[in-house]
Design a protein around this ligand. Structure first.
Ligand SMILES: [Zn+2]
Length: 187
């Protein structure tokens, strides 16, 4: 049972007049609770020939490796959110952000916006949401223990792009769709 955020009355799932999607609607005060996709902002943080990964200390995917990333907050830009997540999860400062990967995941209502960044002074620690953080070369990436498809794709893109270009700021943006079966559609 869901309850109205405004008056606490039991809410119903129905299609409001003039709408075309099911919503939680309050029969008492007519409040409509809109649920929309969430933006996940994050950073691929590079230091020399290595990338920074964090092992998750939280669910989902506890114990698996991820990029510093999380839900964007009201009041910040996407790049600010990516920098904040890097501080929170890896106690590191990500500089020189370039928008790098955008993933639509409509089945779970998420949009990833990941920046390619540089690790300031090569310094990092371990944030409260991480069990450990570490720098990995391409050969050291724990491919079987990555937390999310978006992380795997981003690392693949990065190591491929790095073969072609030496300057991060010239890397093209990858915009893709990730379906239920992890299928990839390029735009
Ligand atoms: Zn209400």
């Amino acid at each position: 049972m869901a309850y109205c955020l405004q008056c606490g009355h039991a809410a119903e799932r129905k299609i409001p007049e003039g709408d075309h999607n099911l919503r939680l609607v309050c029969p008492n005060c007519d409040y409509i609770h809109y649920e929309n996709p969430k933006v996940i902002c994050g950073a691929l943080v590079v230091h020399e020939d290595k990338v920074l990964l964090c092992r998750r200390a939280i669910e989902p995917r506890y114990g698996y490796w991820t990029l510093p990333a999380g839900f964007m907050e009201i009041g910040e830009t996407v790049a600010e959110g990516a920098a904040r997540e890097t501080i929170e999860e890896a106690a590191a400062t990500a500089v020189e952000p370039h928008l790098y990967c955008i993933y639509d995941i409509p089945d779970i209502g998420q949009i990833y916006m990941l920046y390619l960044t540089t690790l300031q002074e090569g310094k990092y620690g371990v944030g409260p949401e991480s069990l450990e953080c570490a720098l990995f070369t391409e050969a050291e990436i724990p491919w079987d223990d990555l937390a999310f498809e978006a992380v795997r794709r981003t690392l693949r893109h990065y190591f491929a792009d790095r073969q072609q270009h030496s300057d991060h700021s010239t890397f093209a943006i990858h915009q893709e769709y990730i379906g239920k079966d992890k299928s990839i559609k390029r735009y």
